[in-house]
Design a protein around this ligand. Structure first.
Ligand code: PMP
Length: 384
């Protein structure tokens, strides 16, 4: 079996697995304890914080540990909405955000906040001019992702950040960076990011760990109350094995970004070129997108059928994103890009990592070719 689902989760580095086991075994003290084992655990967390901060070129005090990006996105959006409700109750986001942002905004809408969902173009991009005209005096937060998890579309964050701050310097800019870190350069200062979310398991770290970067000077209303961990921002005993392992994964992913872009980008280009030669497949990803995600539609065929056919040929891919693949609806992201309901229901996502080889890609292309030829007569014209 070859794993082509790296946007859903990634194989952890060996160093990450070893670190997790070692820290669990040796450093089990509670970092809030004031004896030496507690201090030892607290030191490990501090060192990990410094490593993660250095990878983002920010201050260690600006890093908050979370259980992953779902928590980070909730903490950023709900935390800002609650903290700054006095300034206004308007939030701007897009139609293509991950559910941990999109559904969080819907939840706030039900609580009386006003949310503007910006559209995207046919390639899944947000127009910075739309951001500029959406931001108002009472806009407390703009939340826009770096790389879309279904299509790999990359947002023009520098232009968007500038548009946000020119329209209203008090509006906070939050970026869901989950699918971009380690895959593309990250420039939080140039993007004017106030809040930035990451998840360890997307960068070959452990599941259940993430960070929220919160720029110095910003206050968020905490989601969890209890102990005073994370400067009162997130109560609860820290996940030390996960934190230390995440710092390892972050350092490695940051160091390998250029190699990732070159190596995985070459696989993406080859796959997109082959899709271009196949008359029945329609690409939903483009060369200017992230290096690791290729989304394609096979109109007239339910995505699950193509997925399982590829699985029979030894290739593991996704329909939509892992978080929404169990829902029967067509992809909200593809519909927002103007694709038909049929195209949005027949889309699969192939997402790659550094562990994938050129030979494996050749096998995947053969498998796709065989599956598409076999399923071709079964396509339903009515669905198109
Ligand atoms: N945002 C994006 C863009 C994602 O791809 C994901 C993971 N599917 C998340 C947020 C949620 O991350 P986690 O699994 O760490 O909660």
């Amino acid at each position: 079996m070859v794993y082509w689902d790296h946007a859903a989760s990634t194989p952890p580095y060996d160093e990450v697995v070893q670190t997790m086991a070692e820290v669990m075994k040796k450093h089990y003290g509670n970092p809030s304890s004031i004896h030496r084992m507690g201090e030892d655990a607290a030191r490990l967390i501090q060192r990990a914080r410094e490593v993660c901060a250095a990878s983002l070129q920010v201050q260690p005090s600006e890093i908050i540990w979370t259980s992953g990006a779902t928590e980070g996105n909730n903490m950023a959006i709900k935390g800002a909405a609650m903290q700054y409700a006095g300034r206004g109750k308007h939030i701007v986001t897009t139609e293509i955000e991950h559910p941990s942002v999109y559904d969080t905004c819907l939840a706030l809408q039900r609580q009386g906040y006003e949310v503007t969902f910006l559209p995207v173009d046919g390639k899944g991009k947000v127009d910075p001019a739309h951001v500029a005209s959406a931001v108002r005096k009472d806009t407390i937060l703009v939340s826009i992702m770096h790389v879309n998890n279904e299509t790999g579309a990359v947002q023009p964050l520098e232009e968007i950040g500038r548009a946000v701050k020119e329209a209203n310097p008090l509006t906070l800019f939050h970026i869901d960076g989950v699918q971009g870190f380690g895959k593309l350069p990250v420039r939080l200062k140039a993007w004017k990011a106030d809040l930035y979310t990451l998840s360890a398991h997307k960068i070959r770290g452990p599941k259940g760990t993430g960070i929220l970067y919160k720029r110095e000077g910003i206050t968020l209303h905490p989601l969890l109350t209890g102990g005073k961990q994370e400067a009162g921002m997130r109560a609860g005993t820290e996940n030390i094995p996960g934190i230390v392992a995440m710092s390892k994964a972050m350092r490695m992913a940051a160091e390998q970004t250029e190699a990732f872009m070159a190596q995985v980008g070459a696989l993406r280009d080859e796959l997109l070129a082959w899709i271009g030669t196949n008359p029945v497949l329609e690409p939903n990803s483009f060369r200017e997108g992230a290096p690791h995600i290729v989304n394609l539609s096979f109109p007239g065929m339910k995505a699950e059928v193509l997925l399982h056919s590829l699985e029979e040929h030894g290739a593991l891919v996704s329909t939509k994103s892992a978080c929404s693949s169990k829902t029967a609806e067509p992809s909200r992201v593809l519909l927002a890009m103007g694709r038909s309901g049929d195209a949005a229901s027949s889309a699969i996502r192939i997402s790659m990592g550094m562990t994938n080889t050129h030979e494996e890609l050749q096998q995947l292309i053969s498998a796709l070719n065989a599956a598409v030829n076999r399923l071709q007569p079964l396509r339903q014209e009515g669905m198109k």
